[in-house]
Design a protein around this ligand. Structure first.
Ligand code: SF4
Length: 701
């Protein structure tokens, strides 16, 4: 019996990007552990990935190429050979590309965050064809835009510093479920005497364990940040020296926030004026005493109309109080721009320029509507072929009934690369079995810490599964693309993942990274202690000329949700409850829903509702309820709980539709409207009504 330990990295869409140790006995992976020596992983994995072998060896793994024989969505397939699959796909794509390559659309996101199995060979292939480009906006684009307008890049407080903070605002996230290793640092800070304040419409597992929870209305976070700025300025809780040296537009900001009194802020946010005052005083007071005040802002709050502005407003706060002076102060949304990724080498956009092509861009967040569009001068050619990889849009894209209608088009040729027969795979013409993280090589950056990681293949591919790279390599060869980059191995691609000349990469060398598993970037502990923001002015921009140029308000402001009393009173009377659908602890977007032990822990689709709202509707815990608006409806089992504030319902997500008794999930009621900046979806900008499900519809799962 031979047992080895293989160094790997978690591929999932989570800021923590854990370093893994995989135990392999006689070619079989028997255990996946967190690397105890990796400083941010510290030997701890979430429950999801600690069950990774259960997922890898799942009885439902797709192990052979399949061809659809039933109706779209029905899920009836027969096994075919790789040769037939590749020949069929290459034939159809070649035929469509000869007419207009833009009628072909790749659709992918963060099913793997790997730089090799994510967007490398795939993008080379689509750029070589001249296919439509995909705007990958579905998760983080709004917040990223607001952050960048303000401080210039997605750079922030180092995760490894948070335990030294004296005050941490956990704003718009539930780290126990989706940022566990930050939570471990926050808990250490708490043990050392720090105060933790959660700002979240829902009393999540994490909010429940903080010293204070501010349960504002969804979509009003930007107003709360404006109210805080008002108090900080009115009470002179400011770092005047930092403002003078390292910020731009303070006088305009001062004027702009003068109307945001605690009373006005409280009214908009649905909280008390005392909460606004106390929050600002805690934050400004800590900074004034020379204590590190940190903000971990997460993506929940930016899934509304004014989501980009909300992150922008919050990102202004540390510069006002000089919190950036401390390594443990400042704010972190994402660390992803810290990494010198070499996207040019990975994805080869020069294939487009060399051919004189400038394809249109389709926004992945409006895929429902876009699949149903006909050819027109404004839109360009109707989408004729869709290649889906690392994504499950039929479950995760907004306004699901429209998305499903698009995928059901008989004239649409759909290929899905997958591990499992997902809701999306049910609509495919051809399904291709993809390898999991244990079966292939990859290189990783992170968006919550500062380590590059290597993923070594621990086991051989199961069945006939192939890495994404190999699938696109085969397609490229069949379509006659003989450029050298289509013959590169995964190791050769990984060796180009980071720019080795960039100082931050500290002598990036793929072979040594593979051996060591991880390596920290060469970045300063307190990135903006002395300014140096990568904005056009080099300062933290309270006033942004770039925003004005882009048609946006150049100063922090408040943008009400599309679906709210303020924006649409008539709709709010018809559908008086705001709904959010944040991640369930045991799922990661739609990944892991089919892992039985994790699904059993979640139970079935639930809806949390405040007792006052339940009382008004004569609903009790355990009722099967129907959640509905003009876009659609879905069923869930009701939990009456004050974790949901009055006026809010919460459906933890994202369930596979086929695993619910009514074949639906929370995205039936979400919409395809986009955010103020970043062209992102507004999943949490939704009004609904809730009623007892009609008789005969008694089970939610
Ligand atoms: S999902 Fe996140 S916490 Fe879990 S193992 Fe992966 S990176 Fe770590």
């Amino acid at each position: 019996m031979t047992t080895t330990t293989v160094r790997a990295a978690c591929p999932h869409d989570c800021p923590d990007t854990c370093a893994l140790l995989v135990t392999v006995t006689d070619g079989v992976a028997t255990e996946v552990r967190g690397d105890p020596d990796h400083p941010t992983t510290a030997g701890v994995l979430c429950t999801k990935v600690s069950r990774y072998t259960e997922r890898t060896y799942h009885k439902d793994r797709l192990l052979h190429p399949l061809k659809r024989v039933g109706k779209k969505g029905e899920g009836k397939f027969v096994q075919i050979s790789w040769d037939e699959a590749i020949a069929t796909i290459a034939g159809r794509l070649g035929e469509i590309a000869a007419r207009n390559p833009q009628a072909i659309l790749p659709y992918s996101y963060a099913g793997t965050m790997g730089l090799v199995q994510g967007e490398s060979m795939s993008m080379r292939f689509f750029n070589r064809i001249g296919a439509s480009l995909l705007d990958r906006t579905i998760c983080a684009a709004a917040g990223g835009a607001g952050y960048k307008y303000t401080i210039g890049a997605r750079i922030g407080t180092d995760l490894e510093q948070f335990q030294n903070a004296r005050l941490i605002l956990i704003w718009g996230g539930n780290p126990i479920a989706s940022n566990l290793h930050f939570w471990m640092r926050a808990q250490e800070a708490k043990r050392r005497g720090a105060k933790l304040i959660a700002i979240d419409p829902y009393r999540s597992l994490s909010a429940d364990k903080c010293h204070q929870h501010i349960a504002l209305l969804p979509g009003t976070d930007s107003a709360l940040a404006l109210g805080m700025m008002h108090v900080l300025i009115a009470e002179d809780l400011l770092d005047h020296d930092y403002i003078a040296q390292y910020t731009l537009g303070f006088e305009q900001l001062k004027h702009q926030v003068s109307i945001w009194t605690p009373e006005k802020t409280a009214e908009v946010c649905g909280i008390s004026a005392e909460e606004v005052l106390e929050l600002a005083r805690s934050y400004g007071g800590a900074a004034l005493r020379g204590e590190a005040a940190a903000i971990r802002v997460n993506y929940g709050l930016q899934r509304v109309h004014g989501g980009g502005m909300a992150v922008r407003n919050i990102t202004c706060l540390p510069a006002l109080v000089g919190a950036w002076r401390h390594a443990a102060g400042g704010v972190q949304l994402s660390s992803s721009d810290s990494f010198p990724k070499n996207n040019h080498a990975l994805q080869r956009p020069d294939f487009l320029t060399k051919q004189g092509l400038a394809p249109r861009t389709i926004n992945m967040s409006t895929i429902g509507d876009d699949l149903l569009r006909e050819t027109s001068p404004e839109f360009g050619p109707k989408i004729e072929a869709l290649i889906v990889y690392n994504s499950n849009p039929v479950a995760v894209a907004p306004e699901s009934s429209v998305v499903a209608r698009g995928f059901a088009r008989e004239d649409l040729f759909t290929v899905v690369l997958e591990h499992f027969q997902t809701d999306t795979a049910d609509y495919a013409d051809i399904v291709l079995p993809a390898t999991t993280q244990l079966e292939h090589v990859d290189a990783h950056s992170a968006y919550g810490h500062l380590y590059m990681l290597a993923n070594n293949a621990a086991i051989a591919p199961l069945g006939e599964a192939k890495p994404n790279t190999e699938i696109f390599r085969l397609l490229a060869a069949r379509m006659g693309f003989d450029d050298a980059c289509f013959r590169e191995s995964d190791d050769e691609i990984a060796a180009q993942a980071f720019d080795s000349k960039n100082v931050r990469a500290v002598h990036f060398d793929w072979d040594s990274l593979k051996q060591k598993g991880w390596q920290k970037l060469n970045v300063p502990d307190a990135p903006f202690a002395s300014g140096g923001f990568p904005t056009p002015s080099g300062k933290c921009e309270f006033y942004s000329a770039q925003m004005r140029q882009d048609g946006l308000d150049p100063l922090p402001t408040y943008i009400a949700p599309y679906e709210s009393l303020a924006s649409n009173p008539e709709l709010a009377r018809k559908y008086p409850l705001a709904m959010i659908s944040p991640p369930a602890r045991n799922f990661l977007n739609s990944s892991f829903v089919n892992v039985k032990s994790l699904r059993d822990t979640e139970g079935e689709p639930h809806l949390d509702m405040h007792p006052a709202d339940a009382g008004k509707r004569a609903l009790v815990s355990g009722d099967t309820v129907r959640i509905y608006n003009d876009r659609g409806s879905f069923n869930a089992k009701l939990r009456v709980t004050d974790k949901a504030r009055i006026g809010l319902v919460v459906g933890l997500s994202i369930w596979w539709k086929k695993m619910a008794s009514d074949g639906k999930n929370a995205n039936e009621v979400t919409n395809q409207r986009l955010t103020d900046m970043g062209r992102a979806p507004t999943f949490y900008d939704v009004l609904v009504e809730v009623e007892k499900a009609p008789h005969g519809d008694s089970s939610a799962a």
